[in-house]
Write a protein that binds this ligand. Sequence first.
Ligand SMILES: Nc1ncnc2[nH]cnc12
Ligand SMILES: [Zn+2]
Length: 359
Amino acid sequence: MCKSPLHDFLHGLPKCEHHVHLEGCMSPELIFTLAQRNNISLPDPATNPAYASIAALTARYDHFSSLDDFLAFYFQGMAVLMNEADFADLAWWYFRKAHSDGVHHAEVFFDPQVHIDRGIPYETVVNGFAQGCQRAENELGLSTRLILCFVRHLPVDNAASVYEKFVSSGHFEAGVVHGLGWSSTEVGPPKDMFREQYADALTRNIPLTAHAGEEGDPTYISTALELGATRIDHGIRLIEDPELMKRVAAQGTLLTVCPLSNVRLRCVPAVEHVPIRKFLEAGVKFSINSDDPAYFGGYILDNYCAVQEAHQLSVLEWRIIAENSVQQSWIENSRKAELLDKIQSHVKQFMPLAGGVEL
Ligand SMILES: Nc1ncnc2[nH]cnc12
Ligand SMILES: [Zn+2]
């Protein structure tokens, strides 16, 4: 538990999560358990000592040197997911934890290309994750959205083939998959590598987001916007381009910021350097998220608390963050109204911490 006097306020504050990779919720315990259950060999500890034990793997996660160093473990970890039930259990496990952190609405990423590449059918992945989402809606009252992510470390033809599967499945029209994103290695591959897929998705009114401005400079963000993304995942390097920052603020584009991830992947030296105050001052909308919580030492509430300890925000600033998170969620207006009411009631309870300001 964090030491901030706002801890209880932050815990109960109704949250929306917009940036979490379901495969990033594979804890070392779960990796070892599923490897055994599904008879899958993990890397040999003789050549990769990180896999000697759960404790060794956990300890290795403290020392990622970059995004790509982390991604190697992330792809290895998800290789133990085999059956629909594995995917469903993983999603359910995340939703239960998110619910206990005060999340009411969660938009979650998954990486089908990486699973298909190792022989798991597209339907197994989507059906399993969709089951987890349905269970969270039924049993926890969460609203959920699945976002299919293209990955930048595989050839674009590979993304084209999964995009065809996605389109022909009718999963968007059926409300099973709600949007598209891209992720994985940022610097290196062409910035606009999914131009064709995003152009086609726009004609179908599919919501688009993109990982950009995490390790890459602001031109990665402007390219994603040019291709039709209405949301930017991470986006912390936006502060290096004041003109672009004005545009992003004016358009109301949401940045899905992940503070603990940025520290673990060495994008910033500490949470104090995540430009939270600069974004607030510039009117840039953002939400606070966990990214790959099993790898980065914390789920969403840990990220909220880390931001509070580093930036000392007021109750009213948190209210703005929470309301923007709801307004920029990919949900119906009636659900937005419900969540905005919940935020208002919660903030009212904490009036004294707001310094007596009329709410
Ligand atoms: N932080 C991150 N950046 C890019 N791709 C990812 N895939 C999972 N986590 C990611
Ligand atoms: Zn991410």
